[in-house]
Design a protein around this ligand. Structure first.
Ligand code: 87F
Length: 515
């Protein structure tokens, strides 16, 4: 693949209006710029190509990916937001070791059972076998909770609210996908302990709201907040809440983040007890919650188009790219200076702006390159703009061009970035809404499933029935399962029956295939 490291062109052959040099087609032929597949035609290939445009690099171990600065910057922006929010909730950061001794892992045997094949082990140091193999954390319950037991003694030690930002390893075997399913990924895991269930319940929803905000306010991805079914909840916990996204192109749901109430299960296992005000011994109530770099994959899938990535302004490390459009013997230095001054003015106002003054690429090449990388707003400055004391803005989300006076540059750009952020969310939401189908019967369910719909169905909420639906829909593309029961429930008229069992329905639940 030829990126900027591929063939290079001579400088600038653009028209004075900043039309962008050579025709797009020619640029593509000469430099290999542009994607080779369309999002609608081969989604998998499209996704992988888009990711390679500086978000990730493939690695020589299957399922492992290099996060390049372009994606790491997005992670850091989300991290800054979330970290500040949990600190307001009095959560403290800490760091526990990467390695887990087999003893404690065993302790959680019942819950780990299904996960066991995914646990990676260190068995050697140099050429000699370790006396006892050591597991690599797939999650840190068993790493942390023995110390919770040690640190929590009385009611004054509660609540204990810890979080860690770290990597985890899960040796998955189903098809790895950058960000969405990788064998090592970055996340935060919060683990909290309370004296009462009420406090725990309240925190579960506070954290879930932060996850919704990451998706909707930062990544411009609409999500549904809801409750996981008994089959789909974290087996070690009491109940699991999640935010669920949906990818229209593949018709798959994707679990965006989870916030669990663990109840007292782990307290029992790890003997995490405290003495209450009356001097009686009680078990703590625990929660755990996490979101991971999967968020970035969901964002890419949601917004990208046939030109490449589209980054929401709030998470873009470069929000505005400024490109000079020199023309023949026009005042090239003046144009370059105007670009530098524009970046300086934007940066001064807290907007993340960068100029692209490279002299070995044409403006047209640069346009395509920054479009591919998803920069939300492009500013072009050519001779005519200089004359008129204006700049040209081009939106990445809808291609709309506008000439704005340099005098009101900052206000205009701020407003445009806000509009882009809002529009990206609205467009994504409309696309998702167009996929939602409310059904009542099994036949309708199957038709909707084959049409890649996000299915909202009345359900009896029985584990056996969900297992049955899975079995009946098993096929090449994976079985259908529940995604969540939305907290916002449509009205369920008296006498409504479950679409799958014919028993009285208890709630509306989202169903679909999923990642
Ligand atoms: C894979 C291998 C071993 C998921 C695993 O969601 C264990 C596990 O326990 C495992 N995959 N899980 C569930 C993780 C639950 C929970 N942990 C803390 C979270 C949030 C953060």
């Amino acid at each position: 693949m030829a990126g900027p490291s591929g063939k290079k062109e001579k400088v600038a052959k653009a028209g004075p209006s900043g039309g962008g040099g050579k025709k797009k087609k020619d640029v593509k032929k000469e430099t290999g710029l542009g994607l080779s597949v369309k999002k609608d035609e081969n989604f998998g290939e499209w996704y992988s190509e888009v990711c390679k445009h500086e978000m990730i690099e493939y690695y020589d171990i299957s399922g492992c990916y290099i996060l390049r600065p372009w994606s790491m910057a997005i992670w850091e922006i989300m991290q800054t937001f979330f970290d500040a929010e949990i600190k307001k909730m009095k959560v403290k950061n800490c760091y526990f070791p990467l390695f887990v001794s087999p003893g404690v892992l065993e302790k959680e045997k019942d819950h780990i059972e299904g996960f066991a094949p995914e646990v990676a082990w260190v068995t050697k140091s140099g050429k000699s076998d370790l006396e006892v193999p050591i597991a690599i954390r797939p999650t840190s319950e068993t790493v942390m909770y023995p110390y919770y037991s040690k640190w929590i003694r009385g009611h004054r030690d509660l609540p204990l609210k810890l979080n860690q930002w770290c990597n985890v390893v899960r040796w998955e075997f189903s098809n790895p996908t950058p960000f969405i399913r990788s064998r090592e990924f970055l996340w935060q895991e919060g683990h909290t302990a309370f004296a009462t269930k009420e406090e725990a319940d309240k925190e579960v929803l506070e954290i879930l709201e932060l996850y919704r905000r990451i998706y909707e306010e930062y990544l411009a991805v609409p999500v549904v907040k809801g409750m996981k079914s008994e089959n789909e909840k974290f087996a070690g916990g009491l109940y699991t809440t999640s935010v669920e996204a949906f990818i229209p192109n593949t018709g798959r749901g994707v679990q965006g983040a989870t916030s669990h109430c663990l109840g007292q299960n782990f307290a029992k296992m790890f003997e995490i007890n405290f003495e209450n005000e009356k001097g009686e011994t009680e078990m703590v109530w625990q929660n755990s919650w996490a979101y991971s770099t999967r968020t970035i994959g969901v964002m890419i899938m949601t917004h990208g188009d046939d030109k490449g990535l589209i980054l929401p302004p709030k998470v873009a490390s470069v929000q505005v790219v400024v490109i000079p459009v020199p023309y023949k013997d026009a005042n090239t230095q003046g144009i370059f200076d105007a670009c530098t001054a524009t970046v300086a003015a934007l940066s001064e106002a807290g907007i993340r702006a960068e100029e692209d003054l490279r002299d070995n690429y044409s403006p047209g090449w640069k346009y395509s390159n920054w479009e591919m990388k998803g920069v939300p707003l492009r500013i072009e400055i050519g001779p005519r703009d200089l004359e008129n004391d204006q700049v040209r803005t081009v939106r990445r989300d809808n291609g709309v061009k506008e000439d704005i006076p340099r005098g009101s540059l900052v206000e205009h750009v701020k407003e445009l970035l806000e509009k882009i952020q809002a529009n990206m969310y609205e467009v994504a939401k409309q696309k998702r809404e167009a996929c939602v189908e409310e059904i009542k019967t099994w036949d309708e369910f199957i038709v909707a499933l084959n049409k890649k719909k996000l299915i909202l169905a009345p359900w009896c909420d029985e584990e056996e029935v969900e297992r049955d639906v899975k079995a009946r829909t098993k096929g090449e593309t994976g079985a259908a399962k529940t995604l969540c029961s939305p907290f916002e429930q449509p009205e369920l008229p008296e006498g409504t029956l479950c679409f799958a069992s014919g028993k009285p329905a208890k709630k509306w639940t989202y169903w679909g295939r999923s990642y």
